[in-house]
Design a protein around this ligand. Sequence first.
Ligand SMILES: O=C(O)CNC(=O)[C@H](CS)NC(=O)CCC(=O)C(=O)O
Length: 280
Amino acid sequence: MTKAALITLNSSDDPVANLAMTTDLIDAAVGRGATFVLTPEVTNCVSTSLAHQEAVLCTQGTDPTLRGLRETAARHRVWLLIGSLALKTDDADGRFANRSFLIDPAGKIVAKYDKIHMFDVTVSQSESYRESAGYRPGDKAVVADGPFGRIGMTICYDLRFPYLYRDLAQAGAEVLTVPSAFSETTGQAHWHVLLRARAIETGSYILAPAQTGLHAEAAGGKRRTYGHSLAVSPWGDVMYDGGEDVGYGIVEIDPNAAKDARSRIPSLAHDRSYEGTAHE
Ligand SMILES: O=C(O)CNC(=O)[C@H](CS)NC(=O)CCC(=O)C(=O)O
């Protein structure tokens, strides 16, 4: 059994403060026996201002949050999934990357994943998002091996694209990570059911550490996220729901649970080809 800790954050637009808070929560979770710790999407900075992000974000090679969290993983000798960091890139259009990292107990980066699906959505007249204005999308699905089995890496809005999860599971992933900063509105309507569906249809653990609450910004915060960091078993049971508070929760990952679920319902191996509507 691996003890995995899901951390719920209320990141502000100040990366220094966010790193301090995240490190404290990792220390506490490891003190309770966690050997795999997961943080939410944009752990380092939640901001609605491109100018502010331009001023405070760094590249992967110089980012202090990445450096600090790698040191923390190595100090405790634990695995760490940094849900994502907002990072500068050398793209000509100046867009950032929304990048998740898997860090091993030596502090080494063993895998990284750039969020593929951008949240360009008008939820209502008063609430819209244009993620692709600030971030450039990734174009590669990523699986990576940890001591607890193979991990499929995704981020937030990816959750709405079930074939990505199917592809990751069919590539051998038994733990699918969905670090998020889900909107409060859409979270209330869709979060639990989508996460449980992805777990059930892939026979995989879903680990979804989330941002929560009203996010403070120097210029006046207005963004609200849903919270409810969630762990779901491969059979679809909710193992942990972090509610709305900042903190962490620990779940035990059974290395046989995905195989058990898949042998009871082998739908992952029952794809049939048909004409007309297949993706790609
Ligand atoms: O903006 C950043 O700094 C980082 N990116 C995010 O937080 C993104 C874009 S606003 N949020 C989501 O994908 C929420 C998806 C969601 O809420 C849904 O699918 O309903």
